[in-house]
Structure formats: C-alpha cells, structure tokens
Design a protein around this ligand. Structure first.
Ligand SMILES: C[S@@+](CC[C@H](N)C(=O)[O-])C[C@H]1O[C@@H](n2cnc3c(N)ncnc32)[C@H](O)[C@@H]1O
Length: 275
C-alpha cells in the first residue's frame, strides 16, 4: 500500500517516516516547521532582500524629489562635513598602552573602533584634537594590516610614548566608568583620555587605577544622571568619543546619550515610552 502523504503548510511529508517515530505531535510539528524553514529560507531571504532594496530605492527617489522641489536640503557629503568641521581646543587622547591585555580578536575590534572614532571626529560639527599615545609596533602592525588608510589620517597626533611625556598633568582627565567624579561639561584646554581597550569588562577599574597611580584626575560620563541603562555603564571607545562629539554639538548630555547608546541597552521610563 502506498504511504499516506500529508501536507504541512505546503510541505509534503510521510507521517510514517521513521524520523517521526515515538515523537509527540508537538515534536513532529517542530520538526516540520524546521524542515519548512530549511526548504524555503533562501527564497524568503531573497524576497526580503528585494523588498528592502525596493523600499530603499523608493525612499531615495522620494528624497531626490523633495530636494528638487526645494523642500529639504541635500545631505552634505563627508568631504563637505569635514570642511565645515570646527576644531575645538579640547583634546581626545586614545591611550593605546593595553595591547598585550587583549586577544587578537579584541585588538582588531579596537582598531575598528579607533577608525570609527577618527571618522566621526573628522566630520563632527565641533571636533577634538585627536591623539593616539603609546603607539608601538603591537598596534601599528595590525593597523597597517586592517586599516592601511590610517597612515594618511589628517590632524592626528601619533605619540610613541605616554601622554605623561607630552601634556601637562593638570590638563589631563582620564575617563573611566569607575570614577567617583562626574563630568558636568567638557572644558576647553583639557585633554580627555580614553583607555583604548576592548576587554568585555575583564579588567575592572584598570584605567581608574592607572590614572590614580599617575596622579591624574579621573571622571565618568554622567550617564546615570540622565538615562537608565539595562547593562553596566561601561561603554566602548568609539561610543565614548561619539558621545563627547554629540555633547559638543548639542551641549545636552541626554540627547548625546540617546543618540549614541543603542536602544537595547536603555531602560525607557514607562511614561516616556507611552509618550
Ligand atoms: C571598554 S572601556 C574599558 C574598560 C576597562 N575595564 C577600564 O578599566 O576602563 C574603554 C574606555 O572607555 C572609557 N569609558 C567607558 N565607559 C565610560 C564611562 N561610563 N565614563 C567615562 N569613560 C568611559 C574609558 O576611558 C575606558 O577605559
């Protein structure tokens, strides 16, 4: 006798298939759901990609029309933004002295973050004096490999030695989530140091202890004073840099945090969420 063929949402299957033996109805359904996904995933992904492409092109032509009608300004190019960027008297130092504490993957991630931070600083309406300190071969080698364009970066000071040898102690502020001091505003003439490390919180208080040992002032961003985060308030190198740039642009910490910190890391108070 021919085996009975059944149908699950268009997927034909044989209920007496040994795969289904001793399985509950629920388990069979789960298996079939998985089979169905496997059989249709390429098609579904392609359809989704096409849909997104179409939406994007519709949006683009809508925007073009609005620009032509003079309803909106065209988005300035990065070149134009860089040209318009105003350099402040505030320094941003990436302390690159932690390379031997990172795994290779983390070091590559750090390199991406530094590149991203540099790019954001370059086109920010108000930019900072960008500096990399303690730069040695353990950083330049992977930089040359992963981000060869770094050698032509403009307006960046690359120091082979520590910031201590190059700046006045009193002008330095080491940024650390573990500091008891809270930044109210970024001050002209100061150089803010960011610990250039990706450590997934392995080294607690690393930068705070380093700065204290060197007799340098430390400070944390006023995150808890303006927003509630669902995770620890330790941010990545590029997020800290971007928040500083946004603050320089808006002079509004809350706006800066909300524009940079990913939504999934925020706890939105119920009242605001409803609004
Ligand atoms: C991934 S964190 C490094 C965490 C590291 N365990 C430490 O001891 O700081 C990278 C750097 O971003 C800066 N940073 C991160 N979160 C911050 C916060 N909430 N306030 C101030 N600086 C912060 C610090 O300079 C920190 O060294």
């Amino acid at each position: 006798m021919e085996p009975a063929i059944c149908n699950y949402n268009g997927l034909e299957y044989n209920p007496s298939d040994p795969r289904f033996e001793n399985l509950s109805k629920r388990a069979i359904k789960k298996l079939l759901k998985h089979d169905l996904w496997e059989a249709t995933k390429d098609e579904k992904r392609l359809a989704l990609r096409e849909k997104t492409k179409l939406k994007r092109s519709e949006k683009r032509s809508e925007k073009r029309q609005k620009i032509e009608q003079g309803l909106i300004e065209p988005t300035p190019t990065k070149k134009k933004l860089a040209f318009l960027s105003e350099l402040t008297n505030i320094g941003l130092i990436m302390d690159c002295a932690f390379n031997d504490l990172m795994e290779e993957k983390e070091l590559y991630s750090l390199i991406n973050q530094i590149g991203y931070a540099y790019g954001k600083n370059k086109i920010a309406p108000k930019s900072m004096k960008f500096c990399l300190s303690s730069v040695d071969a353990s950083l330049t080698a992977p930089l040359n490999e992963k981000l060869p364009s770094w050698s032509s970066w403009k307006n960046v000071t690359v120091l082979p030695n520590s910031y201590l040898d190059n700046f006045d102690h009193n002008d330095l502020v080491y940024l650390s989530a573990d500091s008891d001091n809270v930044i109210q505003e970024l001050e002209q003439g100061k150089h803010y140091i960011i610990g250039a490390i990706v450590d997934k919180n392995r080294y607690k208080s690393l930068c705070q202890n380093k700065a204290m040992g060197q007799g340098i002032q430390t400070a944390r961003l006023p995150i808890g004073e303006y927003i509630q985060m669902s995770t620890r308030k330790v941010l990545t190198v590029n997020q800290v840099c971007e928040i500083m740039l946004k603050w320089l642009e808006y002079k509004d910490w809350k706006k800066a945090f909300l524009e940079v910190i990913p939504g999934r890391k925020l706890v939105i108070p119920a009242v605001e969420e409803e609004a």
